[in-house]
Design a protein around this ligand. Structure first.
Ligand code: SF4
Length: 273
């Protein structure tokens, strides 16, 4: 099936690029056709919805804490076992933020050909001329392997974009890759964050791969279904694609499938306090 061109100026994000990597058809349905398809992504559905809502609320609580809202006010919101445990773990963890300027919910964009690439960060902590930490909060119930996190498009987009569009945070000079480190902090594994430093070779490899991927998608007319049908078990389009109607089981998700229940600021609606 021929597909309409992506509009010029289309903003790619780590999640749309990850969709394309996982399944070109999912990218087409979600971002070109903009097709809403109300299949239940996982069973049990209510359990998945609860996890997503708790993940969103936790992200919002941390963001509000970092911009200065009092702990006592925020603590009242930790009213479920998961939220209460994550919040205690967060408050008890010694983050390396002393002396750093904190930018929460920072969005950076850069042109790539006729398109744009954007990154929305949970937190970027900066000491101009010295270091920058990219923090991302994860509420996964299973801790993924560091190698898997390092290969994710989120890691590759976030670190590269801080170089390409984050110079204004560093006195007007682009950061050196070696000054940047990405840290995934797991709310259920507070003492086992994934620390992913960066270097010049990785930066070149990632930027070449990202621009190549964006050009490839922009020139695509055919978006095949995922070869690996396991990708379909947690996909909302599976009945549309005739890849089954039964939802995957949430507790059987492999690390590569936890993305379906992931929270990031591209998805979070405003939560009032
Ligand atoms: S159901 Fe499978 S083939 Fe269809 S969009 Fe989802 S992952 Fe791709």
């Amino acid at each position: 099936m021929d597909s309409p061109l992506l509009p010029s100026g289309f903003a790619f994000s780590q999640s749309s690029l990850q969709d394309y990597s996982d399944c070109p058809r999912r990218f087409q349905l979600r971002f070109i056709e903009q097709l809403q398809w109300p299949a239940v992504e996982m069973e049990p559905a209510l359990e998945n919805e609860r996890r997503q809502q708790e993940g969103q609320l936790f992200h919002r609580m941390v963001q509000q804490h970092l911009i200065g809202l009092p702990v006592e006010k925020l603590a009242r919101l930790a009213n479920t076992p998961d939220l209460s445990r994550w919040w205690e773990n967060y408050l008890g963890h010694k983050f390396e933020l002393s002396g750093y300027a904190l930018r929460t919910e920072l969005t950076l964009t850069a042109p790539v050909g006729t398109y744009r690439l954007l990154a929305k960060y949970d937190l970027v902590a900066v000491k101009p001329g010295a270091r920058a930490f990219i923090y991302d909060w994860k509420t996964y119930h299973k801790r993924p392997r560091d190698e898997w996190m390092a290969a994710r498009l989120q890691t590759r987009v976030y670190r590269a974009m801080l170089i390409h569009a984050g110079g204004f945070l560093n006195g007007g000079h682009p950061f050196l890759p070696e000054q940047i480190e990405m840290i995934y902090w797991y709310a259920d594994y507070p003492t086992e964050p994934a620390r992913l430093p960066y270097n010049t070779a990785q930066q070149k490899r990632d930027w070449d791969a990202l621009t190549g991927l964006i050009n490839e998608i922009g020139n695509h007319r055919h978006f095949p279904l995922a070869e690996d049908e396991k990708k379909c078990a947690y996909c909302p389009y599976r009945s549309y694609c005739n890849r089954g109607v039964k939802a995957g089981i949430i507790d059987e998700m492999a690390e590569s499938e936890q993305i379906g229940s992931e929270v990031n600021f591209e998805q979070i609606a405003e939560i009032e306090f």
